[in-house]
Write a protein that binds this ligand. Structure first.
Ligand code: ADP
Ligand code: MG
Length: 198
């Protein structure tokens, strides 16, 4: 369980806003271990592969968007989830391929859920305060859809363990992933804390 891994990307807006250090700090201090990290400018083909590794992504993201509009008493751009994600995917390709991103693998118990919690909900307007998206951005679906672009929310974090493993294969070669021991692993995971007192 302590070897669970998740993929986190700092999207181009996070790099441009000089938030790399602040963002890494938030995952690092949770106790998750950094197992891989690189900077790259992804191609739009790579972004399409990244978002479609999960066959349900198109439907789920479209439904999430419709629900979010309706909760605010607004009419969604379409009632068809797949029509919505067709546009979102095109906009995401332009957004994430627009400049350098930081790709990271974070490892530890419940890595996927812990990273999502630290990241916050997809739409910055409603992301909780204290999360990265809640603290550092102010975008909304309403504004991004009106402007014909993806919502700028600084981060990608894998949505499930299965999605994470597939995404990691897409972003990292096996020899770019490092297995190592951190001294703090003992205080996080050891059953007995023998040996602290001399
Ligand atoms: P998350 O990144 O929280 O896992 P999704 O996987 O549902 O969210 O969507 C992927 C990305 O697509 C989001 O992070 C966001 O940048 C963009 N996005 C999602 N829904 C919309 C929308 N309705 N309008 C604009 N951009 C969106
Ligand atoms: Mg997602």
């Amino acid at each position: 369980m302590t070897k669970e891994r998740t993929l986190v990307l700092i999207k181009p807006d996070g790099v441009q806003r000089s938030l790399i250090g602040e963002i890494i700090k938030r995952y690092e201090r949770s106790g998750l271990k950094l197992a891989g990290m690189k900077m790259a400018v992804p191609t739009s083909e790579h972004i399409e592969k990244h978002y479609t590794v999960d066959p349900n992504w198109r439907r789920v993201t479209g439904e999430k968007t419709i629900k979010s509009y309706k909760e605010k008493g607004l009419a969604p751009p379409s009632e068809d989830p797949l029509a919505i994600t067709a546009i979102i995917l095109e906009n995401l390709k332009k957004y994430i391929a627009s400049g350098p991103v930081i790709a990271m693998i974070w490892q530890g118990v419940h890595a996927v859920k812990i990273a999502r919690k630290i990241t916050g909900g997809t739409e910055p307007l409603t992301s909780d305060v204290g999360t990265i998206r809640g603290d550092f951005v102010l975008d909304s679906y309403q504004l991004s859809d009106a402007d014909g672009r993806a919502v700028r929310n600084l981060i990608h974090a894998s949505g499930s363990v299965d999605e994470a493993e597939k995404e990691i294969l897409l972003w990292f070669k096996p020899d770019e992933i490092i297995n190592y021991r951190l001294v703090q692993d003992e205080i996080l995971y050891d059953v007995n804390l023998d040996g602290i007192l001399e």
